[in-house]
Design a binder for this molecule. Structure first.
Ligand SMILES: Nc1ncnc2c1ncn2[C@@H]1O[C@H](COP(=O)(O)OP(=O)(O)OP(=O)(O)O)[C@@H](O)[C@H]1O
Ligand SMILES: [Mg+2]
Length: 294
């Protein structure tokens, strides 16, 4: 936690380095030649259609998915499964109804790591209380997780991921199924902690708009290729048209970015994938008086 190890005490090197990272399943290439250094405290949004390999990238960084070629270093060291330097918020899975787990138990699992401690010590209790406070979940600490809303559960999962004081946070669609207020709250929560604690963030999302104000760079995956850079560099008609190999329009309206015409945006009749990201901007935005129809 920030009080125990400030960002200033940490080595300044990249928290994540990908070198020539390539992943293929059968003959399908998800991404290849991926070079990326993530600096401490840097926030990177990972964008791309369903099936473009976002979750697989996170799994490769976690050491759960071997690369076809290339290298992954986390805080300068080769990946190992169960690396406590990485906090992971997996693609959303809400708690099953009837699960007796309370909010504090869920966060406590992160404190225990993989050893499911049975007798909570006073230290552990203090640490869990602190994490619950950090993510704004103190009020429902003793409530069964299964009775909490999606936004409340997501805060707990972030608290759990922060418990090991990670150098790198991997969050896989942490905004999925959250309303706009909760999208904002969860984004701000991660933003605040990455600044305070200095961990790097890979944040997978289908809609970049909720995190646009806080994103340092985007990594856009499409058709076995990628682009990485500042949002203004990557989210451009000519860049995405080149990446997809077909005309794509990037429209800016009222501070929001709308991507139209990708082969995976539901307009191509033979496409098997459907990219919710290009639809998410159709959601009603309370700041706007109109709904954009693509
Ligand atoms: N172990 C595996 N063996 C074979 N194919 C796999 C394996 N893991 C993933 N894939 C395939 O790789 C592709 C990318 O999957 P991945 O889950 O990384 O996509 P994604 O970008 O996270 O998609 P979504 O937006 O739907 O979550 C999919 O077509 C998937 O079926
Ligand atoms: Mg995924």
């Amino acid at each position: 936690m920030a009080t125990e190890l400030s960002a200033g005490e940490r080595p300044a090197g990249p928290v994540l380095s990908l070198r020539g990272a390539t992943l293929r399943f059968d003959r399908r290439t998800l991404w290849q030649g991926l070079d990326l250094d993530v600096a401490p405290g840097e926030f990177i949004a990972v964008l791309g259609a369903n099936g473009s390999g976002k979750t697989s990238l996170l799994r490769a960084i976690l050491g759960r998915q071997p690369l076809t070629a290339g290298e992954v270093l986390v805080a300068g060291e080769p990946v190992t499964a169960g690396n406590p330097r990485i906090g992971y918020v997996p693609q959303q899975k809400l708690a099953d109804e009837g699960t007796p787990l309370r909010a504090r138990d869920l966060v406590g699992l992160g404190v225990d790591g993989r050893s499911y401690g049975f007798w909570p010590s006073r230290d552990k209790r203090r640490r869990v209380d602190r994490l619950l406070a950090d993510v704004g979940a103190t009020d429902y600490a003793n409530v069964p997780v299964s009775t909490l809303s999606g936004g409340e559960q997501q805060r707990l999962r972030i608290g759990q991921a922060l418990a090991s004081d990670p150098r790198l946070l991997l969050a896989d669609e942490p905004l999925a199924s959250l309303d706009l207020n909760n999208q904002r709250a969860v984004s701000e929560l991660i933003d605040r902690h990455r600044r305070e604690r200095g961990f790097g963030v890979l944040f997978v999302t289908h809609d970049v708009n909720p995190v646009l104000p806080i994103v340092d760079r985007v990594l856009y995956l499409a058709g076995g290729r990628f682009r990485v850079g500042a949002p203004d560099e990557v989210l451009r008609s000519e860049v995405l048209s080149e990446l997809y190999g077909s005309p794509v329009d990037v429209i800016r309206a009222r501070g929001r970015i709308i991507v139209v015409g990708t082969p995976d945006s539901g307009h191509a009749p033979h496409d098997e994938h459907h990219d919710a990201g290009h639809e998410a901007v159709c959601d009603h935005n309370p700041d706007d008086s109109e709904v954009v129809v693509l």
